[in-house]
Design a binder for this molecule. Structure first.
Ligand code: NAP
Length: 294
């Protein structure tokens, strides 16, 4: 099997690289902080070194700045016909630029952002949104996920990912509000989620986040709060570029800011609900001391 490069071994990337090794791909990795290579992967000293040895290089990095800095090395070092497979959640504008820049060098950019938290990455259960010419990369996707949603252009894959994350953040916002209201009225939020989650709100995202919010379980982070803020800002930027007003996204951004202003950088993005709780006069999380609803 062809060697694959993998750059970015954070919460998501390390599990994904591990699954590529398990699928039998020889995997060469680089991460800014060394020493995070999964067993069986070969650690390289730079992104450049990875691109010199592999025709296909996957990036799974935090944000636009990280992807841009690594992409500079890939653009210089990938061979003609080389492929940069970008799986991070980045802006629509950067995705468009990467597609143009790689094409200008006779290379190919494929955007394939993913839905699913680190547990889903470990279990090969990601949903992959693939934009661009991705068909020959299907064996890679099969090793990482449970399904592919194709769109024509790389930048459209990033737009779909941002729409999805906006919807998830909206679920966090609305269930944060509803469950705070219920708790103030003396209703046990966990029992209420048991009812909602098994009846009219029986959807994976709603149950996952609704149950976390009801239990006020915001640590450890699977998807950290600063990355949540990053994504809602990317949603707002896309809305500005495409002239699509997103009033709810603005409200959610401010709730992220309110939670981060209180130093909750290491909380999961579901912890956005803590800011809603506080506005309602509730403690940010319920502890055994304050667990009983009023
Ligand atoms: P993470 O745990 O914070 O990992 C971020 C990775 O980016 C690390 O490898 C980090 O290196 C690297 N990095 C950050 N800044 C860098 C820079 N300036 N130069 C080079 N490398 C840099 O994040 P994650 O949760 O794995 O998320 C990765 C991407 O997937 C993000 O775009 C995120 O939005 C997206 N995503 C996350 C989830 C989730 O549930 N976590 C789900 C779907 C999509 P170090 O190890 O040196 O810090």
């Amino acid at each position: 099997m062809e060697a694959l490069g993998f750059i970015g071994l954070g919460r998501m990337g390390r599990a994904m690289a591990q699954n590529l090794v398990a699928a039998g791909f020889p995997v060469r990795v680089w991460n800014r902080t060394p020493g995070k290579a999964p067993p069986g992967a070969v650690e390289k000293r730079s992104a450049r070194e990875v691109a010199q040895e592999c025709r296909i290089v996957i990036t799974m990095l935090a944000d636009d700045a990280a992807v841009e800095s690594v992409a500079r090395e890939l653009l210089e070092s990938l061979p003609k016909g080389g492929v940069h497979l970008g799986m991070s959640t980045i802006s629509v504008a950067l995705s468009r630029k990467l597609a143009q820049d790689h094409t200008a060098r006779g290379q190919r950019y494929v955007a394939a952002p993913v839905f699913g938290r680190p547990e889903a990455a470990q279990a090969k259960q990601l949903w992959i949104v693939a934009g661009g010419e991705w068909q020959d990369l299907k064996p890679i996707f099969d090793a990482l996920g449970q399904g592919i949603h194709p769109v024509p252009q790389p930048e459209q894959a990033n737009l779909v990912k941002l729409c999805g994350n906006f919807l998830i953040a909206s679920v966090i916002e609305s269930f944060g509000e509803a469950l705070a209201l219920a708790e103030k009225g003396g209703i046990d939020p966990q029992q209420l989620m048991g009812f909602f989650g098994s009846t009219m709100f029986n959807a994976p995202v709603i149950k996952n986040y609704g149950n976390r919010i009801a239990a006020t379980e915001f640590e450890p982070a699977g998807f950290a709060m600063p990355l949540g803020l990053k994504d809602i800002r990317l949603v707002l930027t896309a809305g500005e570029e495409l002239r699509a007003p997103l009033p709810l996204a603005g409200l959610i951004r401010d709730h992220f800011l309110a939670a981060l202003a209180r130093g909750r950088d290491n909380w999961d993005w579901g912890g956005l609900a803590s800011a809603i709780r506080e506005a309602a006069g509730l403690p940010p999380t319920r502890t055994s001391a304050n667990a009983a609803p009023r």
